[in-house]
Ligand binder design. Structure first.
Ligand SMILES: [Zn+2]
Length: 439
């Protein structure tokens, strides 16, 4: 590599590759050419190659960008609007009325603010479900973020597209509009088995398969959902989807809090992917997903924040910390969900959950260059015995200083380079003032 000229060279850092062998390079470097990683190695090889731009990691950590496998980015608009209320009141009295008044611009502004928050806290890819989803894709594009986007589909008329038929037409148009896009992947996203009729779920699944795209669905989130489905169909939510023939490796099931032992076996058998959202499940008092059991069964589990109204932040570092600790106290066993496992869930397993593992999730030559730098020269990160433990149990999103997505530096030294963050905050504050004024 010595004589080669690459676009970006990041050196003088501890490289956590998150590759299958969990290789850690203590004094490592990463070379980026165009949109992909050209080489990962030590100071004598990669560290000395010529580059147009050199970034000194200052002895900190160089790692893959985090993957948020489930969010509703634009719900930043409703952050803190209604907290500490029962789930059904939260939805029916606060969130649904506020959402009825959404439009393209509001969704765009909310999503762009979410992109700022996510980039600043080390997330480089997010999987979104919402209304006016083209606005979310455009916000991600403005921010330079990687995203999986999908218009939410359900039985009742949408405040965006109206009748369901239009929702499918909109989804089909999204698929065409972003085909081959370097950053945006479209998914087909029926809300859940309790808000979607069997025919809707099957049609969504067929559409996803026809285009080889993910299908994203909320599944088994609450006890009430399980009871409702049992009453309506005589089956658990997972059994219901199995009966409909819509369980497959390209299905991402979000939450999966209430699962029976046989549900877990079913998810494993069909290689369904799961998004674990511990803070949302805690805040809405939904329960604790059986993540250790899912992992023991061999199910791929990623981590998600869910929307900002039920979290109330999009910081995956905090989410990792919560995930690791929640399962320990729940099992009264400090050995479950170790830091290494949790960090893998937030990186390579998250990428796999979104069907993107061939492109992102680890630092390996040939993969897309999505990576972050963490400054460890801070009191709360000193001393540094185990980088992985430090990241999960001591680090915060604000320790991330630099983010590169698809080979482009989108944040450097804590400053976002792709758009005006102050304006994004001003825009959302103005929308928030109007929402507050109506109440
Ligand atoms: Zn959700």
């Amino acid at each position: 590599m010595t004589d080669a000229q690459v676009d970006i060279l990041i050196r003088n850092g501890i490289v956590l590759t998150m590759n299958p062998d969990h290789t850690v390079i203590p004094d490592g470097a990463v070379a980026i050419q165009g949109d992909h990683i050209a080489a990962v190695g030590g100071p004598a090889t990669v560290g000395t190659c010529g580059a147009r731009k050199v970034i000194d990691a200052g002895g900190g950590i160089i790692m893959p960008g985090l993957v948020n496998t489930h969010t509703h980015a634009s719900m930043t608009l409703f952050r803190g609007l209604a907290d500490d209320v029962p789930l059904m009141s939260w939805l029916n009295d606060h969130i649904f009325p506020a959402e009825a008044d959404l439009d393209y611009r509001k969704v765009y502004c909310g999503a762009l603010l979410a992109c700022a928050e996510m980039i600043l806290s080390g997330t480089t890819t997010f999987c979104d479900m919402y209304l006016f989803e083209d606005a979310v894709a455009q916000a991600a594009r403005t921010a330079g973020m990687r995203a999986v986007v999908g218009e939410v589909l359900f039985d009742f008329p949408s405040p965006h597209y109206g009748p369901l038929e239009e929702g499918f037409a909109y989804t089909a148009a999204l698929i065409e509009a972003y085909r081959g896009d370097p950053l945006i992947t479209v998914a087909v996203e029926p809300h859940s088995p309790y808000l979607c009729a069997p025919e809707l779920l099957q049609r969504a699944f067929e559409l996803a398969n026809r285009h080889r795209l993910p299908m994203v669905v909320h599944l088994a989130e609450t006890e009430k959902e399980v009871q409702d489905l049992r009453q309506r169909y005589g089956r658990t939510p997972v059994e219901h989807l199995e009966t409909l023939g819509v369980l497959a490796p390209n299905v991402l099931a979000c939450h999966c809090v209430k699962l029976s032992a046989t549900d877990i076996q079913r998810l494993q058998r069909y290689d369904v992917k799961v998004s674990h959202n511990p803070e949302s499940n805690m805040k809405l008092a939904s329960g604790i997903a059986p993540v250790p059991e899912l992992l023991a069964a061999g199910v791929c589990v990623g981590i998600g924040t869910d929307g900002a109204a039920s979290n109330n932040n999009l910081d995956l570092f905090l989410e990792m910390d919560t995930a690791a600790k929640l399962h320990k106290v729940h099992r009264l066993d400090p050995t479950v969900l170790g830091a290494e496992t949790v960090l893998r869930m937030a990186t390579r397993e998250g990428a796999r959950a979104l069907g993107l593992s061939h492109r992102i999730g680890s630092l390996e030559a040939g993969k897309q260059a999505d990576l972050i730098l963490i400054d460890t020269r801070r009191p709360h990160l000193t001393p540094l015995y185990h980088p992985v433990s430090q990241l999960v149990y001591a680090a915060k999103g604000s320790d991330v200083t630099t983010a590169i997505i698809n080979g482009r530096v989108v944040m450097e030294n804590g400053r976002i380079l792709t758009f005006d963050v102050q304006k994004a905050m001003d825009d959302v504050n103005a929308i928030g003032d109007r929402i507050a004024g109506r109440r």
